[in-house]
Write a new protein. Structure first.
Lengths: 473, 216
């Protein structure tokens, strides 16, 4: 936005979350002693200790191709792996309930494969995804080559012939995949097959990566919302509301955990859904397909909407299957210019200010694992000269998690986030009307009154500003 | 004094016998007044709080020997054992694993046999024990695992089902706390693995299979 008001901020939902599972109650055994031939079996269990989730937005729509923005989430994964040495991983892809189970099994499996291949630098797996498109999951058609080129050699990105070379030459593609993977993961994050739960023992990746189709949604729409989406010709909104259901989860297990791939219940990414269905709750179909009147069903609240019992038992305690959100906020100076590497400190709710940290090269900071909606106070400033202490010149309160709240009550907070933070709300509304009023049809009159038309425009501008930032490359 | 004894959590017949001055629990267990309980519970070491046990009078036994010689009297008493089979996730025994077993504060080194079994004689009144598996091939290496001897309830009871399912790795809540939702989940997963009808209800067929899989 060109006429950026003084030192404003934007919250934008980040695309992933990582967390530690609550310490599993360490096992203990209740046994009966023996005076005859009785015994007690003590079987060790599989204990997930941490999780990492990457959201839909890091994939191209309906595709298994990961976009460059996943870099931020991969840094989090790198930290998580560092914090849990020796903990084997397993990857679970999830699709939303639109479409049939089989195609969703395929897509969720392809996304899991894409992440596995990325982490292990398996270019052959990406080549298979590229050369064997499935429905909308068509890397070439969706511009994967151009995206990768722009990331690894920006100078050739505008040359259409450069892309053609990679389009027709698998050998060249392999090189491009490899460079792009390295660019996303960085020099440290590189895993071996043996770092995964099945230790690569099964060539189809059993226990290492799998797709859960649409069986484990985090969110099921209310009857009314579902009907409305069914009526809509334009499915954009339905697809966007369904985004939380499309995700890839990585679970880390207790160091030394080992499974027998032959006994692992999840089918491979190429197998059908029969293996999944065997592990359903006895009422699994009902769990995943019941729509309630007047309210959405959320996994984090009722824990009864996953169809797969096996998956739920692994993740019920997982912080990554809750809607704890991470937010990205961009820090600007007083003239609407983002401040690269801005030093900042943040306080969420009543939490203390964290130590001074730095924004990224584009002025973005990440606030993680926040129970939204939340009030966050951020202090920031310009990067200090060598050897000097950073001065945090700006202070601002932001309200996170307002995207879905169109009410008039949230309008003041949205205005605040957009930079209209006068103590007098009429002044804020007036300022907004003057700056943006011409975008409404008919144009808004500067009245200082938050009428329906102003509220509508505010909600639109607010959402757009988030999307602008999401698309910022 | 003969009389009735009401079983508490953690009791097993050997410890009850010991407390009441019996070296052989069978004297109590085989008493006619306990016939009904014996039939109901089968295993004297897996009783349920509230069970009523008849403790008979101790019989005085007289042995006559000449006093000008040394005599040896051997007290015949049954031994109490702690038998635990250690398995990995998929029923594969953890064989030859070095462990430290501490029973009532006394520690001993034990090694599991080819079937993953520990088979140790323990004091008749033992209740507390800790097992430390010292084998880096398990993810529970060096983790002290408390073992509460005599705390296993009968399989007919939900608490007994939860404890067995916990021992078998299915029940993920603490084994001594009953959580109906977790129990249902564990029962379904067990039924699924053991090819029983998956309905989340631990009926007689599931109970029998559970008892068999657990070992008591």
């Amino acid at each position: 936005m060109s006429d950026e008001p003084a030192a404003s901020l934007h919250g934008v939902a980040d695309a992933g979350v990582a967390g530690k599972h609550p310490p599993a109650s360490d096992p203990f055994f209740l046994v009966g002693p023996a005076t005859a031939d009785q015994f007690n079996t003590a079987r060790l269990r599989l204990v997930p200790i941490a999780c990492w989730r990457v959201d839909d937005i890091r994939f191209q729509f309906a595709s298994s191709f990961v976009t460059p923005e996943i870099k931020a989430e991969l840094r989090i994964l790198e930290d998580l792996i560092k914090a849990h040495p020796g903990a084997p991983l397993s990857i679970f892809g999830h699709a939303d309930p639109v479409g049939d189970d089989d195609s969703n099994k395929t897509l969720s499996g392809r996304r899991a494969t894409a992440i596995y291949a990325l982490l292990t630098r398996n270019t052959a797996q990406w080549e298979e995804l590229f050369s064997q498109p499935q429905k909308n999951d068509n890397w070439d058609k969706n511009g994967a080559i151009e995206t990768m080129l722009a990331e690894v050699s920006p100078e050739s990105a505008n040359d259409p012939k450069a892309a053609d070379k990679f389009r027709h030459d698998a050998g060249a593609r392999k090189g491009l995949f490899s460079q792009y993977m390295d660019k996303l993961c960085g020099p440290v994050l590189k895993l071996a097959k043996t770092d995964f739960l099945g230790r690569g023992a099964n060539s189809a990746g059993k226990a290492d990566f799998q797709g859960c189709s649409e069986f484990n949604p985090l969110l099921i729409f209310s009857v009314e919302k579902e009907a409305e989406f069914d009526r809509d010709k334009d499915k954009t909104e339905r697809n966007s509301e369904n985004a939380p259901n499309r995700r890839v989860m990585v679970l880390l297990f207790r160091s030394g955990s080992q499974v027998d791939p032959a006994r692992w219940p999840c089918p491979t990414v190429k197998e059908g859904i029969a293996g999944c269905q065997k592990r359903f709750w006895s009422d699994g179909e009902k769990r995943r397909s019941t729509h309630l009147s007047g309210e959405d069903r959320k996994f984090e609240i009722t824990h009864d909407i996953f169809a797969c019992r096996f998956y739920q038992r692994l993740t019920a305690a997982s912080p990554c299957e809750r809607a704890l959100k991470s937010f990205r906020v961009r820090l600007y100076d007083g003239f609407g210019t983002a401040i690269p590497f801005a030093p900042f400190s943040a306080a969420v709710g009543s939490r203390d200010f964290s130590a001074v940290d730095r924004a990224d090269p584009k002025g973005f900071i990440a606030l993680r694992d926040i129970e939204a909606p939340a009030n966050v106070t951020i202090r920031w400033g310009f990067p200090p000269k060598d050897g000097q202490e950073p001065a945090l010149l700006f202070t601002r309160q932001v309200f996170l998690g307002l995207d879905d709240d169109p009410s008039a009550e949230s309008a003041t907070k949205k205005l605040n986030n957009l930079g209209y933070d006068d103590a007098d709300n009429e002044t804020n509304v007036l300022g907004f009307q003057l700056d943006y009023g011409h975008l409404a049809k008919p144009a808004l009159k500067p009245t200082g009154v938050l009428d329906d038309a102003t509220l509508q425009l505010l909600n639109r501008i607010y959402k757009d500003s988030l999307n602008d930032l999401r698309d910022d490359r | 004094m003969p009389g009735n004894y009401v079983v508490k959590q953690g009791d097993h017949l050997s410890s009850i016998a010991q407390e009441n001055g019996f070296s052989d629990y069978a004297v109590i267990w085989d008493h006619a007044n306990n016939a009904e309980l014996k039939k109901k519970r089968e295993n004297p070491n897996v009783l349920f709080p509230g069970d009523v046990l008849f403790i008979p009078d101790r019989e005085i036994r007289e042995e006559t020997r000449p006093t000008d010689q040394r005599h040896e009297f051997v007290l015949r008493k049954p031994v109490l054992r702690l038998r635990i089979v250690l398995e990995d996730l998929y029923e594969k025994p953890i064989a030859g694993a070095k462990c430290l077993l501490i029973v009532e504060g006394v520690s001993r080194d034990v090694t599991t046999d080819g079937n993953g079994k520990i088979n140790e004689i323990i004091p008749p009144d033992a209740h507390q024990s800790v097992l430390v598996i010292r084998d880096p091939q398990t993810p529970f290496h060096d983790l002290p695992i408390p073992i509460k001897i005599g705390h296993l309830d009968p399989v007919e009871e939900p608490s007994g089902q939860a404890a067995r399912l916990a021992n078998l790795g299915y029940y993920l809540a603490p084994a001594d706390q009953l959580d109906a939702v977790e129990l249902e989940s564990a029962v379904e997963e067990f039924q699924c693995d053991f090819h029983l009808k998956v309905d989340g209800i631990c009926g007689p067929a599931t109970q029998a299979r559970l008892k068999q899989a657990h070992g008591c």
